[in-house]
Design a protein around this ligand. Structure first.
Ligand SMILES: O=C(O)CCC(=O)C(=O)O
Length: 328
């Protein structure tokens, strides 16, 4: 496998999600097997492969993570068991997984979170982009490893092939602000169910087709950041479905949580527009909040009144530079 990471990016997106993918692909010089994996991932947004993790590591992760999983409710999980269970850490950093991610993303992968499950999650369909996003976008993926055979009856994973090509739907697109939720309970009690309802309705409206995944113990699936996926109902009550998901970011990005964010970074270059029909100067509005900024330019936390901006020319340049630094 060719694992060379080019130092220049043709576009500031994963090359497998780039509008120039075909041109890049034709120059990529990959062996046949790797080329077919790359094309599949680019087109479908997921890839099933053998991560070549020794069975002893798979068994150890399962045995040592299981007692850490709270048994109080069916969907329980242990987050970040890698901190105490070395087999979980070995799966997260498995050389074959890291190599394949380098090829698919052309940046250094960073495993940053593990989740170990003993039973199927029965999670509603979602894309990980709402939990873990990046600037530049889409430099994130999940790798799901079966720690036992997964069948139709023990709560298999499902996904929507090709759905990674849909737009990323942020909270603002659903009329929500992440900052209104002050606690994790509020995020998952109020915002997240509305997000899940939106995704379910969007899937139905677009007639998207679901695939259910049966996997052999030891096999792995990579899903790209925006691929819609979730967990099927458990048909055999009491059946186990041991699995590990590791979430990866890639180097040199901003990493953030859309579910807790508003889409109003303070570095937007704000426009002041006038309605040609009636001459009205239009206020910038985010939901029912009017931006207090009245000048065209970058928004900032501390707004300078227009009168001060007008007399700004009288302030010595050195003082202006200091003030600018202070405003950020
Ligand atoms: O394992 C599953 O059933 C789903 C896991 C999942 O959706 C996730 O970790 O994002």
């Amino acid at each position: 496998m060719n694992t060379t990471i080019p130092t220049e990016y043709t576009v500031n997106l994963p090359w497998t999600e780039s509008p120039f993918f075909e041109a890049d692909f034709s120059k990529a010089n990959l062996d046949e097997a790797t080329a077919s994996q790359v094309r599949h991932f680019a087109e479908q947004g997921y890839l099933i492969f053998d991560p070549q993790i020794p069975m002893s590591v798979i068994d150890e992760a399962r045995e040592q993570a299981e007692p850490l999983i709270p048994s109080t409710h069916a969907n329980s999980r242990i987050q970040d068991a890698w901190k105490t269970v070395s087999a979980v850490q070995k799966i997260a950093a498995a050389p074959r997984i890291m190599d394949i991610l380098r090829v698919l993303y052309r940046r250094e992968p960073i495993p940053f979170q593990t989740l170990n499950f003993a039973v199927g999650t029965q999670q509603r369909t979602h894309s990980d982009s709402i939990h873990f996003n990046s600037i530049p976008q889409r430099f994130m993926c999940g790798v799901w490893v079966a720690l036992e055979d997964v069948r139709n009856d023990n709560g298999p994973l499902h996904y929507f092939p090709g759905s990674h090509k849909l737009p990323f739907y942020d909270l603002v697109d659903m009329g929500m602000k992440g900052t209104v939720a002050k606690t994790t309970e509020e995020v998952y009690g109020k915002l997240y169910p509305r997000y899940e309802d939106f995704i379910a309705a969007m899937i139905e409206a677009n007639g998207l087709k679901k695939t259910v995944l049966n996997m052999k113990k030891g096999q792995a699936l990579i899903w790209s950041a925006n691929l819609l996926h979730g967990g099927e109902p458990i048909q055999t009550p009491g059946s186990t479905r041991h699995s590990q998901v590791t979430h990866y970011y890639f180097k040199d990005c901003i990493y953030y949580t859309p579910l807790r964010s508003d889409s109003v970074p303070d570095r937007l270059y704000i426009r002041q527009i006038t309605n040609i029909a009636n001459g009205e100067v239009i206020k910038n509005k985010y939901f029912d909040e009017e931006l207090s900024q009245t000048n065209e330019g970058y928004s900032s936390r501390m707004n300078i009144p227009p009168i001060l901006l007008r007399i700004g020319g009288l302030i010595p340049a050195s003082l202006r530079a200091k003030l600018k630094k202070f405003r950020g």
